[in-house]
Design a protein around this ligand. Structure first.
Ligand SMILES: [Zn+2]
Length: 163
């Protein structure tokens, strides 16, 4: 794996901790939850527990993100039913993304630092893109030229159709 930046890089001094942390979207004092407010991209798939959405402004066709229907924060907050369903759903999505072809591996990311509504990213690492292994994939995804939002949605629809 390799950083998508030229050497030499300088390590910055870490900022002092910000405590309490700024509110996230969907938390008291923060901006409204985009998912609950209908501001997210229209889902390409959904069931009673989860919806699956395409990203916008991205460089990797085949990326999708999955959100819970219920406004909860993280895995520990999901209903028992949703928690039990997430594993099988993740496997279905992984298989569907791999079926697109030319995918080396499917990465899952759950950060939760931006919005407080449970969502998990599924990101295909293109086959042979060794530079983007491990935690480098989001960095490369950020610097590679974007594809159109229409391409991102079309790929997400192919993922949904393959589930
Ligand atoms: Zn929400």
């Amino acid at each position: 794996m390799r950083l998508p930046y030229a050497e030499p890089l300088n390590v910055l001094k870490l900022d002092d901790p910000v405590i309490p942390e700024p509110p996230r979207r969907g938390e008291p004092g923060g901006e409204p939850c985009g998912l609950c407010g209908g501001g997210a991209t229209a889902p390409v798939w959904g069931d009673d527990l989860f919806t699956m959405h395409p990203p916008v402004g991205g460089s990797l066709a085949g990326v999708v993100w999955v959100a819970s229907r219920e406004h909860v924060d993280s895995f520990r907050d999901l209903s028992k039913e949703a928690l039990a369903a997430f594993g099988p759903l993740a496997a279905r999505i992984e298989n569907a993304i791999l079926s697109l072809g030319d995918v080396g591996r499917v990465h899952l990311y759950r950060w939760g630092d931006g919005g407080s509504h449970f969502h998990v990213w599924f990101m295909p690492r293109p086959l042979g893109m060794i530079d983007a292994q491990n935690f480098m994939l989001p960095l490369w995804e950020d610097v590679l030229p974007n594809v159109t939002d229409e391409e991102l949605r079309a790929a997400a629809e192919r993922v949904a159709a393959a589930m």
